[in-house]
Design a binder for this molecule. Structure first.
Ligand code: NAG
Ligand code: NAG
Ligand code: ZN
Length: 517
């Protein structure tokens, strides 16, 4: 260990003190009797055996799954950049009593991985709307716009017409699949809205003397457009942003078709999925509460929502497309509240595990990704097993004060006390709403610009490899499921073996138009 740090730091004299501190700390923790890491890790056999097992698994992947995907699931962690995934992994492990670093997330188990370049056509660091257009509609777009190509200009309604692009949810629905959206955010939030705000509502065109923002428009077209389109919709709802009368109207409509409206956990969990064709779940008048602050008696978790959604959707013999958004990872980070963000990410990982139990890799392609990253990070040469919300094992060699491992590049956590950086040892930096220190003061921490990971499993998952543009994602998913513009190969391959058995159902996908409303 000492050797490693020397190698890393030898060029930097100012870090000598730090290295000494780390050594002291290491010796100290050793002398307290609690080993820093499991004894078995000292034995090369342990690492060799683990690596060999991984290798064996990797070799079996040469047998690629080229079947046709009946079901498609996209888990979208809003703002879940790679540093967030790693920190959430450590947190999840620590919550179950492990040191955390070696923990395997549900998403870590996915065999295929790629990086997605997240920039918007007009922005190096993207927003959630332009990116949602990319990973749902298959084209890159300008920031702030949903379901329209880059030829459309934000807030200019007259640039919308002719530039609409459709989402994979529509492609799936057109192919006779059931579609659903489960999210922890408001329905007019960027991610869900790119799924349905593809068609132009003439009514709001006539509104063009009012320079309405797209998200506002989205909220207004929702009752007419979205609710009729998606049999499964679980999210939250801002009462002042919809035509309230249309909500009862829709509820009324679906109730004649084995549809249900639920607004608390009990109602959701007491549904019998085999009797439910349509489901509207609205659990909060705004975003759902952070999972860390959820009333576990009355509010469903993301995992519970996903569980019910899949049980309803999978009844369709043509399969389904489900969009699941862990939407508040992003909110936690924007507020500089890393603990909230990471607990949200852990909950989304649990939901991924639940989906795994309810589906099969033989016929379900599952993709887990983020729309963009954040300027969130953790570092400071923390020791193995250090609580993810803890301090680096050293003080700053400049101001002699401790610092948390988690820090933000910018955001509301910037704090000066008596003209200097706050001494975090004088406050509770582990509480739920602690705002980690940031280098630059901003009331809202910003998105990050680096690539995000794309985890994939199931049919054709191997096509998600390498570094790709983000808008590639729905193209692969559509190809795997033989929907949208990618159907031809399913026809051509019918004599080649793999897809032979599914040929009949492909034909029926093309000919059956399932009436959803
Ligand atoms: C679209 O509207 C903007 C004002 O929002 C106006 O400046 C522009 O000329 C209009 N473009 C067209 C093609 O009508
Ligand atoms: C920071 O606070 C801790 C706890 O009160 C204290 O022991 C330490 O001396 C302080 N460090 C500095 C540099 O003020
Ligand atoms: Zn954001």
């Amino acid at each position: 260990m000492l050797w490693v740090f020397k190698r890393t730091l030898h060029r930097d004299n100012s870090m000598k003190v730090t290295v000494l501190l780390i050594i002291c700390f290491t010796l100290m923790s050793g002398s307290l009797g609690k080993p820093l890491f499991p004894e078995q890790e000292k034995d090369p056999k342990f690492w060799n055996a683990w690596a060999q097992k991984t290798l064996k698994n990797a070799l079996t992947l040469q047998d690629l799954n080229k079947k046709q995907a009946k079901n498609l699931i996209l888990f979208l962690g809003d703002g879940m950049g790679v540093p967030t995934v790693t920190a959430a992994r450590i947190l999840k492990g620590q919550l179950s009593g492990q040191s955390g670093e070696e923990t395997v997330l549900e998403m870590d188990k996915f065999p295929f991985l790629s990086l997605a370049k997240t920039y918007n056509t007009n922005a190096q660091v993207p927003d959630s709307a332009g990116t949602a257009t990319a990973y749902l509609c298959g084209v890159k777009a300008n920031e702030g716009t949903v379901g329209v190509s880059a030829a459309a200009v934000r807030s200019q309604c007259n640039t919308t017409e002719g530039n609409e692009v459709t989402s994979i949810l529509k492609w799936a629905k057109d192919a006779g699949k059931s579609v659903g959206i489960v999210t922890t955010t408001r329905v007019n939030h960027a991610t869900p809205s790119a799924a349905y705000a593809h068609s132009v509502d003439r009514d709001w065109y006539s509104d063009n003397e009012m320079p309405l923002k797209l998200c506002r428009l989205v909220a207004r077209i929702l009752p007419d457009n979205c609710l009729k389109t998606f049999p499964i919709l679980m999210l939250s709802w801002e009462e002042d942003e919809i035509h309230v009368s249309q909500k009862p109207e829709w509820i009324d409509k679906i109730q004649n078709k084995r549809g249900h409206y639920v607004w608390n956990k009990n109602q959701l969990l007491s549904l019998n999925p085999s009797n439910v064709e349509y489901l509207l779940g609205l659990f909060e008048p705004g975003d759902l509460t952070y999972d860390l602050e959820r009333n576990t008696e009355t509010d469903p978790s993301l995992t519970e929502m996903v569980d019910v959604a899949i049980k309803i959707l999978r009844k369709n013999p043509n399969g389904f497309y489900l969009l699941v958004e862990g939407g508040r990872i992003d909110h936690g980070h924007h507020e500089g509240k890393a603990k909230q963000a990471l607990f949200e990410a852990v909950e989304m990982d649990r939901a991924i595990g639940r989906a795994d139990l309810l589906t099969s890799v033989h016929d379900t392609m599952t993709v887990v990704t983020a729309d963009h990253s954040h300027v969130f990070n953790f570092g400071g040469y923390t020791l193995r097993g250090n609580t993810i919300f803890g301090l680096a094992p050293m003080v700053s060699d400049i101001d002699q004060k401790p610092f948390t491992s988690i820090l933000y590049g910018n955001g509301p956590g910037y704090k000066i006390v008596n003209g200097a950086r706050e001494n975090v040892s004088t406050i509770d930096y582990q509480e739920n709403n602690y705002q980690a220190q940031a280098a630059v003061p901003l009331s809202m921490e910003t998105h990050g610009g680096e690539d995000v990971a794309v985890f994939a499993k199931g049919p054709m998952a191997h096509l998600l490899h390498g570094v790709n543009e983000q808008n590639y994602i729905p193209h692969v998913m559509a190809y795997a499921a033989c929907i949208g513009q990618n159907r031809q190969h399913c026809m051509n391959k019918n004599s080649a073996g793999h897809l032979h058995a599914t040929f009949a159902s492909v034909v029926s996908l093309l000919t059956i138009t399932r009436l959803i409303c």
